[in-house]
Design a protein around this ligand. Structure first.
Ligand code: PMP
Length: 361
């Protein structure tokens, strides 16, 4: 006898929600979840394996609960004079965001962002009991400081999530917006810089705003530029007191000894790990230029993906690409699809497949 979800004593506020569900299909060209599609180089892989082998010998013991060596590594990588006591990490930046929402959101509180934005924000907010509030953007997905301030004042949220650059649109976010939102708010402000390494080199990070702003946090991930999505490592920089708040909600030993060892070794090789970023940015810009030539309307992107409009029937085009072995993402924005910049060969395969379907609406 099988039962369904509605038969179970599930929390009322979870009824009717849909889990995160980007399809994981075994297609040759997978450009749907903004990974770095370049594999970890062999020399780095064996260096990481050596560290994992050492950690494995002690795996009968719990790992360093404070992941001290890893926090030191992230502080050094981020620069800006950051110290290890300003760093936090988790199993992907999703877990880091969950820690923030557990500590600062939760029942009776609200979490806010400007939609369309990262699809996990509402899910993590609601999963941890906060009420989700979706603000709005201009038709081109930009936000102005005035409208940002007005919306933040209107909703007075406990947690504000600013995705910079924004997923799924690729839109850059100026530091003036972050400053204005911080000034206008009472709650914590999180700048999610998951894709920051793909932004122009001279684009300032919100890390430069941390000094003197104890409610501000900047989250990053090793899943994108670092080509380390499968290892599940995300991290954050904030005031040491903010980090103390996250200690209250994390599970003890949440970062396994093997994860810590792998991440420390990958960070030691960050030059090589990040070596493909320029190439990916080149492919991203090639995607935008080619899409435009095909009659689509790509949106400006500072990330490793491109959201493009002018797709008459996104579901149909998604399926036509799927049938040609190419997986892209239908993010639910009418007339749009999103594609991740892959290797040169993968990018070519996507562009050729799209061209073979016919031109834009
Ligand atoms: N933030 C943004 C904006 C993302 O797009 C993603 C992944 N798609 C994440 C956070 C989470 O990534 P991870 O948990 O792999 O670090």
């Amino acid at each position: 006898m099988t039962s369904s979800l509605s038969d179970l004593p599930l929390r009322d506020d979870l009824r009717g929600l849909t889990p995160y569900g980007a399809p994981q299909a075994p297609l040759p060209i997978a450009l749907n979840v903004n990974e770095n599609t370049h594999p970890v180089p062999d020399a780095v892989a064996s260096d990481i394996l050596d560290d994992i082998a050492v950690a494995l010998r002690d795996v009968n013991r719990y790992p360093d609960r404070e992941f001290t060596t890893l926090r030191e590594g992230f502080a050094e990588y981020l620069g800006h004079g950051l110290e290890a006591d300003q760093i936090w990490a988790g199993n992907g930046s999703n877990e880091v965001l969950q820690h923030i929402l557990q500590a600062f959101g939760g029942p009776g509180r609200t979490a806010f962002s400007f939609a369309p934005t990262y699809s996990m924000y509402p899910l993590i907010s609601q999963g941890t009991g906060a009420r989700w509030i979706a603000g709005t953007r201009q038709p081109d997905y930009t936000i102005t400081p005035d409208e940002a301030v007005a919306q933040v004042k209107e909703h007075d949220p406990d947690v504000i999530l600013l995705c910079s650059p924004n997923n799924p649109t690729g839109t850059p976010l100026g530091l003036d917006i972050v400053e204005a939102v911080y000034e206008a708010s009472r709650g914590v402000v999180v700048v999610d810089e998951a894709y920051q390494e793909f932004a122009p080199r001279d684009a300032a990070s919100a890390l430069t705003l941390l000094e003197g702003r104890p409610r501000l946090a900047v989250s990053r991930t090793m899943s994108k530029a670092f080509a380390f999505a499968g290892a599940r490592v995300g991290y954050l920089a904030a005031d040491p007191a903010f980090i103390d708040a996250l200690r209250l909600v994390r599970l003890p030993y949440h970062l396994s000894a093997l994860t810590q060892a792998a991440a420390v070794a990958a960070l030691r090789n960050s030059d090589v790990m990040l070596g493909m970023v320029d190439e990916i940015v080149e492919q991203r810009d090639r995607i935008s230029a080619t899409l435009e030539a095909l009659g689509y309307t790509p949106h400006e992107s500072w990330s490793n993906f491109v959201l493009f409009g002018g797709v008459a029937d996104p579901k149909k085009v998604w399926q036509q690409l799927y049938d040609r072995g190419v997986l892209v993402r239908d993010v639910g924005i009418p007339g749009h699809l999103r594609v991740t910049a892959g290797t040169e060969a993968e990018t070519t395969a996507f562009l050729d497949a799209l061209a073979s379907i016919g031109s834009a609406s």
